[in-house]
Design a protein around this ligand. Structure first.
Ligand SMILES: O=C(O)CCC(=O)C(=O)O
Length: 346
C-alpha cells in the first residue's frame, strides 16, 4: 500500500469532501470512463481540470477502491448471465404471452410454472367457492356494516404512496368505504390491500367461511388466511416484486397486470427494496428495447387467478371496481422471504 497516494490532498474542499468522494467511488465502480468523468465533473462543478484529474487518480490508486473491484466484476458477470436468460426467453414468438390453464393439474403447475419460474393464468380453481357469488360489494357491505376496516387512504396525496403506505393507513367503517366504492368515477385514492391484512383479520372473519380450497396447489386451510383486496376502478399498484410466489385471484371486476421477468431485474431501476423507479407510462407492454425490459401483459377477471413467480416484477391496475384475494400458502416451498436481506437502498 502506498501511503503517499492516500495523503495527497487537492486544493479544492469540494473535491476532498466525503460527499464527492462517495459519488466518485460509486461512479468509477459503475464503470464510467475516468477521462470522460473528469470532463463531466469540470462541466458540472467548474472545478479546474487538473485538480479533478488528480482526485480521480487518487481514487483509482486507493486500495479501498481496488479492493472493491472484484465485487464489481462479479456483479458484471451476474448481469451477463441474466441478460443471456432475457435474450433466450425472447427467441420464441409467443415470448410475451402469459399461458392460460383451465382447471390445471397441480403437477403441471409445479413443473411448467412454479418450478419453471413462469407466470400463468389459472382458471376454474374456485368455481365451487361461495365467495364467487357472495362477495359482491352489496353482499360484503351487508355483512360488515359499520365494522372498522383498515384501508390505504389519500393515496393520491403523495406520488410514492406505495413506498409510504404505512403513513396512509387508516380505519374507516366499511359502510363509508362501500359508499365511496359505489361512485363509478375511477380513482386511486383508496384501496383495501394486503398491507392492511393483519389489521383486518378480525373484521373480515365473517367473510372467510365463503373461501374454499385449491387442492394440490394451496395447502389445506391456507386460502382462508389469504389477503383481501377491495378497491375502486382506477387503483394502481406500482411496479414491485414480491418476496414469495403469489397467486392473485379475482372475484369481482378485472385487473390488468403487467409483468417483467426476474432476469430483467438489472433493467428495473430498483433503487430501493422491492420497488422500481419506473412509472406506469414508462413501461407499456411490449418487447425489450433500449434500456427497457420486455413487458408481458394480461387481464384477469372473476374466477381467474394469476400465478406471479417470486421476484417477477408486476404492475396492477383496477379496470373495474375489484374484489379479490392473494395467496402465498402453496403446497411447495415458498420460503424465499427469510433469505432476503436487501430491504433498504440499493
Ligand atoms: O392487486 C393489486 O393491486 C396488487 C397485487 C400485488 O401486487 C401483489 O399481490 O403483490
Amino acid at each position: 500500500m502506498d501511503s503517499d497516494t492516500q495523503t495527497v490532498a487537492t486544493d479544492s474542499p469540494y473535491l476532498r469532501s466525503d460527499e464527492f468522494r462517495r459519488w466518485l467511488a460509486y461512479t468509477l465502480l459503475g464503470g464510467f470512463d475516468p477521462a470522460a468523468l473528469a470532463h463531466e465533473v469540470v462541466r458540472q462543478t467548474g472545478e479546474p481540470l487538473h485538480l479533478v484529474e488528480a482526485e480521480i487518480a487518487l481514487a483509482q490508486a486507493s486500495p479501498y477502491l481496488q479492493g472493491a473491484a472484484p465485487i464489481r466484476e462479479r456483479l458484471t458477470k451476474t448481469r451477463w448471465v441474466l441478460h443471456n436468460r432475457a435474450r433466450l426467453a425472447a427467441l420464441v414468438p409467443d415470448a410475451l404471452t402469459v399461458p392460460v390453464l383451465d382447471r390445471p393439474d397441480p403437477d403441471d403447475v409445479l413443473r411448467h410454472h412454479y418450478a419453471a419460474h413462469r407466470p400463468a393464468v389459472l382458471r376454474g380453481l374456485v368455481d365451487d367457492w361461495a365467495a364467487r357469488s357472495s362477495w359482491t360489494l352489496d353482499g360484503i357491505a351487508e355483512r360488515l356494516g359499520d365494522t372498522p376496516v383498515r384501508v390505504q387512504w389519500n393515496r393520491e396525496s403523495i406520488p410514492d404512496y406505495e413506498v409510504q403506505s404505512p403513513s396512509l393507513r387508516t380505519s374507516r367503517p366499511f359502510s363509508e368505504i362501500a359508499e365511496r366504492l359505489r361512485n363509478p368515477e375511477p380513482t386511486n385514492d383508496f384501496y383495501v390491500t394486503a398491507n392492511n391484512a393483519e389489521d383486518n383479520r378480525e373484521a373480515f372473519e365473517p367473510l372467510r367461511e365463503d373461501v374454499g380450497e385449491i387442492p394440490g396447489i394451496l395447502a389445506p386451510g391456507s386460502p382462508r388466511d389469504g389477503f383481501i383486496w377491495i378497491g375502486p376502478r382506477g387503483t394502481v399498484t406500482p411496479w414491485h416484486h414480491d418476496l414469495t410466489n403469489n397467486l392473485l385471484l379475482q372475484l369481482q371486476g378485472r385487473k390488468r397486470v403487467r409483468l417483467v421477468a426476474s432476469h430483467d431485474t438489472p433493467l428495473m431501476r430498483n433503487s430501493q427494496h422491492c420497488y422500481s423507479d419506473w412509472t406506469t407510462a414508462d413501461l407499456p407492454a411490449g418487447p425489450a428495447h433500449d434500456d427497457r425490459p420486455a413487458v408481458h401483459e394480461v387481464t384477469i377477471g372473476p374466477g381467474e387467478a394469476l400465478f406471479i413467480p417470486v421476484g417477477w416484477w408486476h404492475h396492477v391496475e383496477g379496470l373495474d371496481q375489484t374484489i379479490g384475494m392473494s395467496f402465498t400458502g402453496f403446497v411447495w416451498d415458498n420460503d424465499f422471504y427469510s433469505g432476503y436481506t436487501t430491504f433498504g437502498e440499493l
